[in-house]
Design a protein around this ligand. Structure first.
Ligand code: SAM
Length: 211
């Protein structure tokens, strides 16, 4: 039964992280558990309102101030997989029986990537990449599930798009510097509400130009 652990590494749980975490929680099957871990006490006590009902209704979604070393205390390090773009080996369906815990950085993507996943590398878990290109955290969890639970190969079994352009206004697009899984229409899979948030942010940026 896989455990997916997102070690929260941002100072707050902002709107982007909130939508990503809701998407991961909603995709969590009855056979797995999703933890948001390493929450400072002040964040754990003040979870965003939109996360609260999901946390209360879904026993497979846990928010905790414990970190991965406490959550998986006693689990041999070789059974804990850190999803790490710099790891040597790519995650494959053969890894399904190898790991019980999958750990991700709860980090907002940055362009160019700053390798903040390095902070988790120090624990000495077994690293696996999802190929080189940077994914959002919810995409990285989605891809890991597809590989581990559905035995799809990253090389040939999952449709991806890199750097998609999202049309935020009639004559304006925003390019997302990430790799996404695509849906049956070839569109990037984004958390519910994310497209609106990107549109809002694009508008704010435009307004800032006139301030
Ligand atoms: C948005 S990414 C953060 C990347 C960040 N810019 C960095 O510097 O590490 C959030 C997390 O998703 C996972 N991730 C994203 N892309 C990945 C990839 N290509 N291979 C393995 N893990 C990936 C990693 O666990 C990473 O910490």
């Amino acid at each position: 039964m896989p455990n997916y652990v997102v070690e929260h590494m941002e100072p707050e749980i902002g709107p982007w992280s909130t939508l990503e975490y809701i998407a991961i929680a909603n995709e969590t099957t009855a056979d797995s558990t999703f933890y948001i871990s390493s929450l400072q006490d002040s964040l754990a006590a003040n979870m965003p309102e939109t996360l609260k009902p999901i946390l209360e209704s879904n026993p497979r979604f846990v928010a905790t101030n414990k970190d991965i070393t406490t959550l998986a205390a006693g689990v041999p390090k070789e059974r804990i997989c850190l999803l790490d773009p710099r790891a040597e080996k790519t995650l494959s369906p053969e890894d399904s029986g190898e790991f019980d815990w999958f750990v991700f950085g709860g980090i907002l993507g940055d362009d160019p990537p700053r390798d903040r996943t390095a902070e988790l590398r120090v624990h000495g878990f077994t690293g696996r990449n999802l190929q080189k290109l940077q994914m959002t955290t919810d995409t990285a969890v989605r891809v890991t599930r597809l590989v581990i639970e559905e035995k799809k190969s990253i090389e040939s079994g999952i449709p991806f798009v890199w750097n998609p352009e999202l049309k935020v206004k009639k004559n304006e697009t925003v390019q997302m510097p990430f790799r996404y899984v695509t849906d049956q229409n070839g569109e990037p899979i984004l958390p519910a509400g994310m497209f609106d948030l990107i549109k809002e942010d694009a508008n704010k940026d435009l307004m800032d130009l006139f301030d």
